[in-house]
Ligand binder design. Structure first.
Ligand SMILES: C[S@@+](CC[C@H](N)C(=O)[O-])C[C@H]1O[C@@H](n2cnc3c(N)ncnc32)[C@H](O)[C@@H]1O
Length: 217
């Protein structure tokens, strides 16, 4: 999977994408990121990419540099791929939707990150295929919303998780009817007077599977 990220802050992806599961996926060539610094597409002498919103007191990202950056990616990769914009108010992500987005986007896509209050609406009208929300609350960072989305998509790529069973048996998986996962225990068998359920120590696989389904929370 190849993901093109247009952003003013490429460095903000380093700490997270250079650790954890995503780092392992990059090292195994399962996922590749290309970053495009939005300011490089500005024709302004000071590389500014924002302007004051009409009749508002805040700044927004101007359409020209964003449009140039998106067209640049289309040209470099020689194809028109889907363009994503993260936004609190649009399509709310669920695990089922993550799986659908993975199926639609698995090969290659672009994510645009804005800054200030918003991006010019015409970029959304002209270029954006999917506006995706990580849920109904507002965070200040386009980059953080992008990282949440990318992580949720990336774990669906075969071999990204060391154990694919965990993907099948995660909370909200199809196998569990989109319900939350069952409780999980490890050694010791007794901790502060609390015992591991007897059935999990029995070694009876059939009964354990039944217990898991009965104990979805
Ligand atoms: C301060 S928010 C802008 C909020 C915008 N003015 C509004 O009222 O919808 C900055 C950016 O972070 C990202 N963001 C914030 N919360 C998000 C969420 N729940 N889901 C997806 N993206 C989010 C979006 O890209 C958003 O434009």
């Amino acid at each position: 999977m190849k993901i093109h990220i247009i952003t003013i802050f490429p460095e903000s992806f380093i700490s997270y994408f250079w650790s954890s599961i995503i780092k392992k996926a990059i090292d195994s060539n399962l996922i590749e990121f290309k970053y495009y610094k939005l300011n490089d597409f500005s024709s302004n002498n000071f590389k500014r990419v924002d302007s004051k919103a009409y009749w508002m007191h805040w700044q927004v990202i101007s359409p020209e540099p964003l449009s140039k950056a998106i067209e640049h990616v289309f040209r470099v990769i020689w194809k028109k791929v889907k363009v994503i914009y993260m936004s609190p108010s649009w399509d709310l992500l669920t695990q089922e939707k993550v799986e659908n987005y993975y199926n639609k986007l698995w090969e290659e896509f672009i994510i645009i990150c804005g800054h200030y209050e918003w991006i010019d609406q015409r970029i959304i009208d002209l270029y954006v295929d999917y506006c995706i929300s990580i849920w109904e609350y507002v965070i200040s960072s386009w980059e953080l919303a992008t990282q949440v989305f990318v992580d949720s998509i990336a774990r669906n790529i075969p071999w990204v998780l060391w154990n694919n069973t965990s993907l099948e048996e995660d909370s909200f998986s199809k196998k569990f009817n989109r319900q939350k996962e069952y409780p999980v225990y490890t050694k010791p068998d007794i901790f502060m007077w609390k015992k591991v359920p007897e059935i999990l120590l029995s070694g009876n696989h059939k009964k354990i599977e039944e217990w898991k389904l009965k104990n979805l929370t």
